[in-house]
Design a binder for this molecule. Sequence first.
Ligand code: FE2
Ligand code: FE2
Length: 199
Amino acid sequence: MEQAIEIIRNEHRRFATVLFCLEGVLKDLRRTGAMPDVALMETIVDYIDSFLDRYHHPKEDEYLFPALQQRHPAAGALLDRLQTQHRDGERLLAGMKRALADLAAGGADALSALTDAATAYIAFEREHVRIEETELIPLAEKHLLARDWAFIAAAFAENQDPLFGDDRKRRFERLFTKIVTMAPAPHGVGAPLTAGNGR
Ligand SMILES: [Fe+2]
Ligand SMILES: [Fe+2]
């Protein structure tokens, strides 16, 4: 498989893991009625925001999408749809951030607003990744030329582009580890959430 595609797919898996963790935390909250761990939720939202906006989407918007548009113009409608979804996802995430800030400030009904926003966000992003995995990537594999892949690989290569470089990667690794460490088992490796230890 092309190295660039492998990087994109690995990032989708990493993102899916964080969404799964978020979904599990929400299920626990509904089951136990405990208050959410605001610090954990903030870390998850911070990770997703930084990861998508500054790390993952630029790889797609600035390199993969234009290359496919050039080699296979018939993919234009699909690429427009995916780029619109990037923007819509940012709006949904911003809504989740607002609901989380309300919750931290003790706002009435903030918890149900947060769970509604997060549930909608998870479903939206899962569908987006599904379309990329099942439609975008197969088209890219079919139509991009070796020189396109070489150009994209050079752009993605660590240490060569400050956008995707080692420091940034290390920061995401630290944030990811923090989420997995904080999240209650079985969604992470933290202490399981019970009605008695809700935070
Ligand atoms: Fe995307
Ligand atoms: Fe993606």
